[in-house]
Design a protein around this ligand. Structure first.
Ligand SMILES: NC(=O)c1ccc[n+]([C@@H]2O[C@H](COP(=O)([O-])OP(=O)(O)OC[C@H]3O[C@@H](n4cnc5c(N)ncnc54)[C@H](OP(=O)(O)O)[C@@H]3O)[C@@H](O)[C@H]2O)c1
Length: 329
């Protein structure tokens, strides 16, 4: 099969190579002897793969390796008891190995693809939407009728968070940096959009009648203090990532003075030891897809051999929604 490998740590421009490899068996390293083999129609591209081309991600497999944490496609074969059969349409979280014509995933990380979604959308369904649901509902305790402010709202996690929040009955305020990203955030279901270079904190407080209930922050950096200031009493700031590059400090007196919380949300580490939680989240997301709330916004599609361009789009802050590699399947 054709696959793209990371062969050195020189960055997205030069670290990738198109190669021919043996196809995987129905056995995943996380579930030895068990696995679902998928004919990949689309592979999701995300921030971690950019970091992996520089050796900057926490997961550092020995070189060379095939990156790609999530795919969508058609089941080719599955180990007995996996719950899937040849021909099933699925979205699957394979951790690594997704940038290939054939990938293998653990059965408990493989899900029926909602009928409302195509393969490219399926390749954007697991990482971002499970993170969004986990961050908003479980960590942020978002309730119906509350207001949530989403940073990086035109990005992968951001658009997922807007859609999931709407599905949970919340009102959404998106923070974005450009006109293009404003359009994407509105497509994602933002009720209000404010600009990151403007007085977004004051605008958010005005739009939420004094303060938002939840801030979802995949960006970090120097906007953090204003995020805390934009919360109402009992508000929760959920820390999801640091695309701005710097990890903010918290002056904890602000938490005391305003009775607000800062909550961490690291989906991967939490979910990997909780198959039941992952299944429940997948079922909720399937329901939200059926109801029309969850529909990943695919902004860019590249063939496998142009994977480097996909990574550079993310690296250069030009990506919106989900970037995918499309394969013939
Ligand atoms: N905690 C978890 O479990 C978890 C799970 C998945 C992903 N993540 C993390 O969440 C973060 C967002 O991932 P994503 O897939 O949504 O990324 P993305 O699609 O590239 O979106 C990130 C957004 O961050 C904003 N941003 C602000 N400063 C930036 C900068 N200097 N460089 C790049 N972007 C910048 C951009 O929006 P504006 O231009 O509008 O500001 C961009 O749209 C990443 O750090 C990722 O590793 C965490």
């Amino acid at each position: 099969m054709r696959a793209v490998q990371i062969t050195d740590l020189s960055g997205p421009d030069s670290a990738l190579e198109l190669v021919e490899l043996e196809e995987p068996d129905a056995s995943h390293p996380m579930t030895p002897g068990e696995g679902v083999v998928v004919d990949v129609h689309a592979a999701g591209v995300a921030f971690p793969e950019v970091l992996q081309t520089r050796g900057q991600y926490q997961v550092k497999p020995p070189l060379p390796f095939v990156p790609g944490s999530e795919v969508a496609g058609i089941v080719r074969s599955a180990s007995p008891g996996a719950g899937f059969a040849a021909g099933d349409r699925v979205a699957a979280f394979c951790m690594l190995g997704g940038f290939a014509e054939v990938a293998v995933a653990p059965p408990w990380m493989t899900f029926a693809l909602p009928g409302t979604l195509d393969f490219a959308q399926g390749a954007g369904l697991i990482l971002n939407y499970h993170t969004a649901y986990f961050s908003l509902k479980l960590r942020g305790r978002l309730r119906e009728g509350e207001t949530v402010l989403v940073h990086g709202a035109a990005g992968g996690v951001g658009t997922a968070a807007l859609q999931v929040a709407k599905g949970l009955g919340a009102r959404t305020i998106a923070v974005v940096s450009s006109d293009d990203k404003e359009r994407v955030a509105r497509d994602g279901g933002a009720d209000e959009v404010v600009r990151s270079e403007g007085p977004w904190k004051d605008a958010a407080k005005e739009l939420s009648d004094g303060g938002v209930d939840v801030v979802l922050d995949p960006v970090g950096g120097d906007r953090f203090t204003d995020s805390l200031r934009s919360l109402r009493e009992n508000g929760r700031l959920v820390v999801v990532g640091f695309t701005a590059g710097s990890i903010p400090d918290v002056k904890v007196n602000r938490l005391l003075l305003n009775n607000v919380e800062v909550v961490g949300a690291g989906w991967g580490a939490y979910a990997m030891s909780r198959p039941e939680l992952v299944r429940e989240t997948a079922a909720e997301l399937h329901r939200l897809a059926d109801e029309g709330f969850v529909a990943p916004i695919v902004s860019e599609r590249f063939p496998l051999e142009r994977a480097a361009e996909a990574l550079k789009l993310i690296d250069e802050r030009r990506a919106t929604g989900k970037v995918v590699l499309e394969l013939a399947g």
